[in-house]
Design a protein around this ligand. Structure first.
Ligand SMILES: NC(=O)c1ccc[n+]([C@@H]2O[C@H](COP(=O)([O-])OP(=O)(O)OC[C@H]3O[C@@H](n4cnc5c(N)ncnc54)[C@H](OP(=O)(O)O)[C@@H]3O)[C@@H](O)[C@H]2O)c1
Length: 254
């Protein structure tokens, strides 16, 4: 649904150009009120569609593909799949050998137009890639990657939001312990995280270069940073990312 809202904001289509499906019509009512076409019939939903977005959990995908298979027209319709762990070959086997598929791995920052979205294409045309990249660019930033890197992208980009949120929560908890009220601590921690990210993105620098600028000899920043490293900060993040990537790879097979 975040994607549907983002598509409207992107102005690539009108609200009534989009048909949303779920299994229960009750949960679609709110979107129907906004002006989206809604249905619980996946096969009917793809009639007339130029692009079909697959946005279900990996274990829910086969049923959806079964439902749309007879109505799907490979010459006309492009598939965009955000489903974790599902290779384009898996989609091809169930829909059609010549299906054009673009896999997208965004994150929930879609809602504030700040998503990092990794895209990979299979059998898609340059026009397809450009169109999908343009759509996701309006909701943040995109990069095109090789499909083999999609599980890694899931960990770093989609799960990554949770990792950085937890880091902000931890910083805020520290802030409370040293005297800030909780809401001030969150604001300070979140804005500081935003500032750190902007420094890297705008200056094109390496994090360590920016860290060097704020760590004076015998100072409090390096003392805090080294204590965090003694407690395993970088190691915990690296191990967590590797664990998520390994699980992402297996989600569809489970
Ligand atoms: N959340 C993220 O940050 C994120 C980021 C990148 C990629 N992804 C991937 O995107 C996919 C969706 O993730 P999510 O977090 O949005 O999951 P979710 O909240 O569980 O959404 C899945 C949706 O699929 C609908 N659905 C299930 N079976 C269906 C069917 N047969 N026909 C029509 N609709 C059906 C569900 O609605 P009903 O139950 O009402 O049918 C629900 O709205 C996953 O593969 C996930 O790995 C998620």
């Amino acid at each position: 649904m975040a994607l549907a809202d983002g598509l409207i904001r992107s102005k690539n289509c009108m609200i009534n150009d989009i048909t949303l499906t779920r299994r229960s019509s009750t949960s679609l009512a709110e979107y129907n009120k906004k002006g989206f076409a809604v249905t619980t019939d996946n096969s009917a939903a793809i009639n007339e569609a130029d692009i079909i977005f697959l946005c279900v959990l990996p274990q829910q995908l086969n049923k959806v593909l079964e439902e749309i298979q007879s109505a799907f027209i490979s010459e006309k319709q492009l598939i965009v799949s955000v489903v974790t762990g599902v290779h384009t070959d898996d989609i091809r086997k169930q829909l059609s050998e010549d299906v054009r598929v673009i896999r997208a791995m965004p994150n929930t920052a879609l809602r504030v137009n700040k998503s990092m979205t990794c895209l990979s294409a299979s059998n898609a045309t340059q026009n397809d890639i450009q169109l999908v990249q343009q759509i996701f660019n309006t909701m943040g930033t995109t990069i095109i990657i090789h499909e083999d890197m999609m599980s890694a992208a899931t960990a770093l980009c989609a799960c990554g939001i949770a990792f950085f949120l937890r880091a902000i929560r931890a910083a805020a908890q520290g802030g409370v312990e040293i005297g800030f009220h909780a809401h001030d601590a969150i604001t300070i921690a979140a804005q500081t995280a935003l500032g750190a990210a902007e420094l890297l993105l705008q200056n094109g620098t390496h994090p360590e270069e920016e860290i060097d600028k704020v760590t004076s000899p015998k100072g409090c920043t390096i003392a805090g940073l080294n204590e965090m490293e003694h407690q395993g900060l970088s190691s915990a993040m690296i191990k967590g990312i590797k664990t998520s990537a390994n699980i992402a790879k297996e989600l569809y097979k489970r």
